[in-house]
Design a protein around this ligand. Structure first.
Ligand code: PLP
Ligand code: COI
Length: 364
């Protein structure tokens, strides 16, 4: 665990004139309210400026701005937690988000920012907004770093100008159910990503293209879509906003990173934590037929989503074509529970952080 105190980067600071009322922790939903300050850094004439921490406010952009037309946009998602015993404010594995943002930037031809700038500007911003980090277990300050193409011109080519900005949203659970089983529907018509496409990058367009399938699922009472591979509609990929894992014959399975799914940081953490807890986890392709058959036979006992916003999200019902499978009687299974306890225990400072995942921003 490293405590962040020194700031080697120079940022401009413009303080807000007014401050908002903070919502009550019990009333927090996901990503609905935003803090008083944001970070904004601009790329013009081939260089990034030093960046400004400034009041959270609207942008004024030309209707011709590139991002509005061609979607040259990437983002990240990570969380700051208020540790239960100390009240310290920590961020979970931000170095991983910095690296993934760089990888997404390369894929989408957006100029990268350094890991040092990403981290230090974040520590600074979170330090200033520390009172916005909620206290209730299960809540966090959701951090949304974003990069957009801002050249005001209609030609299809990489933009000359960009914004990098970070906004903060005190948030409760991503699913309205909280940490209780959610319902997922297998999508067998539309696909999310093809080999050679942008599925492995955290690009806004991946989500834009998923809305129709997402709506189909919601219209039928399901919270998200389980995607299949685009070539054969056979192998499990991931869920709308999280990676996925299954427990089959006491082994945890999660699809391998083949370029079409997002390399989740929670997924990477779960792979480590399952080893720490003496569980067997395999990164292996799993077909939807295998999932359906083993749910029918009872050999598949658990299914859970894995992501920053979703944390560890038990799945209690899966719909595939006309079949509906109830998983573990619609209850949270033991593997899901243990991994949830371990992950959130580390995030909230109740379990020792032996892997150096926790970056302490404010020490109380
Ligand atoms: N897959 C998708 C499509 C996502 O949107 C997310 C969320 O960020 C994840 C997986 C999980 O990634 P992470 O654990 O880094 O949040
Ligand atoms: C996250 O888990 O951070 C995500 O980005 C998921 C979703 C809200 C897009």
């Amino acid at each position: 665990m490293a405590t962040q105190t020194a700031f080697d980067i120079d940022l401009d600071i413009i303080e807000p004139k007014t401050f908002k009322e903070k919502p009550k922790d019990e009333e927090l939903k996901f990503g609905q309210v935003f803090t008083d300050r944001m970070l904004l850094r601009k790329y013009e004439n081939g260089a990034w400026d030093k960046g400004t921490i400034k009041p959270f406010e609207n942008f004024s952009l030309s209707p011709a701005t590139a991002v509005f037309h061609y979607g040259q946009e990437i983002f990240e998602g990570l969380k700051a937690f208020r540790q239960t015993k100390t009240g310290n404010v920590v961020i979970f594995r931000p170095d991983e988000n910095a690296k993934r943002l760089q990888a997404s930037a390369r894929r989408m031809v957006i100029p990268e920012i350094t890991e040092e700038y990403f981290l230090q500007s974040l520590y600074r911003l979170i330090g200033m907004e520390q009172d916005w980090v909620p206290r209730k277990r299960g809540t966090a300050l959701y951090i949304r770093p974003t990069m957009i193409a801002t050249e005001p011109a209609l030609g299809v080519h990489p933009s000359s100008d960009y914004y990098y900005y970070v906004i903060l949203a005190p948030s409760g659970p991503y699913f309205k159910e909280g940490f209780s089983p959610t319902k997922i529907m297998v999508e067998d018509t539309y696909t999310r990503a093809a080999h050679g496409g942008t599925g492995g990058a955290k690009a806004g367009g991946n989500y834009g293209g998923s809305m129709l399938a997402g709506k189909k699922a919601i219209d039928q009472g399901y919270s998200q879509v389980l995607w299949l591979d685009s070539k054969e509609r056979k192998y499990i990929e991931e869920v709308g906003a999280m990676n996925i894992a299954f427990v089959l014959d006491d082994v945890i399975y999660t699809p391998p990173l083949t370029g079409t799914i997002l390399p989740g940081i929670t997924r990477k953490s779960v792979i480590q934590l399952s080893a720490d807890l003496g569980m067997t986890l395999k990164e292996e392709k799993l077909s939807i037929e295998t999932v359906a058959e083993s749910l029918k036979s009872g050999n598949m006992t658990e299914m859970f989503g894995i992501g920053t916003a979703a944390s560890i999200a038990p799945v209690g019902e899966l719909k595939y074509k006309d079949e509906i499978f109830i998983i573990n009687n619609g209850e949270i299974g033991p593997t899901t529970q243990k991994l949830y306890n371990q992950l959130t225990g580390i995030q909230y400072g109740e379990i020792e952080d032996v892997h150096g995942w926790i970056h302490t921003v404010v020490e109380k």
